[in-house]
Design a binder for this molecule. Structure first.
Ligand code: ATP
Length: 298
């Protein structure tokens, strides 16, 4: 559905995208994951034709990027693109007309999109009377008004409370079930883990790792991770080295990467004579993968 080959973008002399490659398949949710400044929004702006690029190729649904691409793409930007004093239906009508919709086609598209985001009953309410989560859903409805083939969601839940976030997650899942292809950017690892079929991790304008969660798990040389609290960290590290466990610090917590899952008694035995306050076991998750791949790449 979307193919990006060797995309390169400079701001002045600084390359903010470097030979970026992406391939998003029909019907999947692809998560572009990266820290602030990694290049996510730049990539999206190029796909949407809002920014020029210096080198590479962008192909949507088999066509090179052109003025026609906007009909294939629906974009819900990070900042809601809505007229706050207009009603939900008026907002959708405004954007629908930009895509050439009118009359009964426009009316039914407005109803379909508001139904899709579960806001049909708020159709005539001004956007600024809705909660933050509802406004974000209207923002997504606007992106869907012309029935695009690829939906781009730029940090769809940033700034929302947990309940509103879950509603957006549910909405994204139902859009996928209806067959929509979705490119989602986020820096929320739980969001990517929960929603995405495949994930690309972007750092300094480059995809440094990509795959399903299962494929990405292989980037961490561990079956299981244990977090240890002790006032004898150095001793614990030396002891773990004898057993071949690599160590990491996750947010200041000492962690060991276990090549295989071990019974708790055995683990405790390994750290015999070390003053342990606690041992916590964790399966390898996207947080560990993200740190592993981003910290190993300058
Ligand atoms: P965020 O999560 O904060 O939105 P991002 O991954 O979307 O970050 P981009 O906004 O794409 O990152 O920015 C990528 C890099 O390009 C950053 O270093 C940013 O400072 C730089 N940049 C973005 N826009 C411009 C601009 N107009 N002029 C110069 N540099 C820019």
């Amino acid at each position: 559905m979307l193919q990006i080959k060797n995309l390169t973008k400079f701001y002045g002399k600084r390359a903010v995208l470097q030979d970026l490659n992406l391939n998003i398949k029909q019907g999947e949710i692809y998560g572009l994951l990266g820290a602030n400044g990694a290049g996510k929004t730049t990539t999206i702006n190029i796909i949407c034709g809002l920014l020029n690029y210096d080198d590479g190729q962008v192909n949507i649904n088999g066509e090179n990027l052109s003025a026609r691409s906007k009909y294939l793409l629906g974009v819900a930007p990070q900042e809601n693109l809505l007229y706050p004093s207009l009603s939900c239906a008026e907002n959708l009508s405004f954007f629908g007309k930009i895509y050439g919709l009118k009359g009964t086609k426009l009316k039914s598209a407005i109803n379909r999109c508001l139904q899709g985001v579960n806001l049909l009953d708020r159709k005539d309410n001004a956007v600024d009377t809705l909660s933050g989560g509802m406004q974000r859903r209207v923002n997504i409805a606007v992106a869907l008004i012309h029935n695009p083939k690829l939906l781009i969601l730029d940090e769809p839940t940033t700034g929302l409370d947990i309940e509103a976030r879950y509603e957006i997650w549910q909405l994204i899942t139902s859009l996928k079930e209806e067959g929509m292809t979705i490119l989602l950017t986020t820096h929320l690892l739980d969001e990517a883990q929960k929603l995405c079929d495949r994930i690309g991790i972007i750092k300094n304008g480059e995809i440094i790792a990509e795959g399903t969660l299962e494929e990405l798990r292989k980037k961490v040389p561990a079956q299981e991770i244990i977090i240890i609290k002790t006032d004898e960290e150095e001793k614990a590290i030396l002891k773990a080295q004898e057993k071949g466990f690599q160590h990491r610090y996750y947010g200041g917590d000492l962690a060991f990467l276990l090549p295989e899952t071990l019974p708790l008694e055995e683990l405790i035995k390994y750290f015999d004579h070390i003053n342990l306050t606690s041992i916590t076991r964790q399966p390898v998750n996207l947080d560990h993968i993200y740190l592993e791949v981003t910290q190993n790449v300058e």
